[in-house]
Design a protein around this ligand. Sequence first.
Ligand code: GDD
Ligand code: MG
Length: 370
Amino acid sequence: MLAIILIGGQGTRLRPFTCSRPKPLLPLVNRPFLEYQFDTLKAHGIKDVVLCTSYLPGQFKRVFGDGRKHGLRLSYVHEVRPLGTGGAVRNCARLVAGTFLVFNGDILSGIDLTAFLGAHGRGRAEASIALTRVKDPTLYGLVETEPDGRVRSFLEKPSWDEIRTNTINAGAYVFEPGILDLIPEGVAYSLERGLFPRLLELRRRVVGWVSPGYWMDIGTVEKYLQAHLDILSGLALGRKAPGGAGRVPLAGSSGRGRNARPPVKSCGRRVRLGRGITWPEPGGTAVLGDGTSVNDFVRFSGHVCVGPGCVIGRGAMLEDCVVLERTRVGPGASLKRCVVGERCRIGANTAVAAGGAVAGGSVVGPFSAL
Ligand code: GDD
Ligand code: MG
């Protein structure tokens, strides 16, 4: 079965990190985000994957190539001008031969694709939409269903006075090829604002299937950070890789990997550790990428992920934060509930506070407060 992944968005709500790298390639616990979706697909035996690119397409090819390294057969369909979620799917029509899957490329979840496909078949649906429950549906596509699972209405980004349920579009679909005829060719068209309302208007069979378990759209800085904290705390994916394929691969686990708790520290290869480092309390986790150096008396607390090739200066304090690759954090600096991009220089004694998002390549002088 073919899976189409939509990865052409510019990721504007995740700037500055998406200025230089598309959202699906941003590292999540030191792996390109899309690899988590690949794991889910493989866990359910799906190996033929089409990536619909538009923004920074060359980067995907450089990282994933033909997919062989990942055990997949990957192909790319590029949009010179973005065609929207529906136009992107229509653009793949020549590759579609039967029932197929479509995914938004920014969702972290352990969706059970086998169960989803089963519900689609039982419901004799032309289109099935995976659903999840959230507190604030205004950020998503609101989906109302009948007691038998048929979709009654689909409303993208509703206002608060339009909210009658807490089930939203989880960004995963099963489609029959016939739906492609409803999508105009070569123009921008939205699945959410175009195809779904149109299918309902035509009384075609659209089924909603509630996907149980963890679900997160990593599309804002806050959620990108939270997805890290959730994986590291074991909340996301239940200490399993998406799709239940195995453990979340924390490089070079500290040897506590068989415990139910996440390891306190997990080091990649060639990590250098100084003296007197304070590791998180049990329940917390520090993940250090390959070749990273941590100097004397650094303190880690909560859940921290440091990318490869970083240097953490003497006495720095890192709490519930993410530092991307090849960044240097000066001595005595403090990072709390923030994300620091790649190749930054954070000056000595600088404090980056909650909500901070430091763009890749930034140079911040000493004693700054961000
Ligand atoms: N190829 C291609 N071309 N991909 C696109 C385009 C395009 O023109 N526009 C967006 N995408 C991709 C994005 O890269 C992303 O992976 C996915 O489509 C969804 O776009 P977002 O911009 O992240 O949409 P959203 O988060 O506001 O809303 C969508 O996801 C919600 C779940 O997180 C909608 O599908 C909502 O209905 C849904 O609830
Ligand atoms: Mg999104």
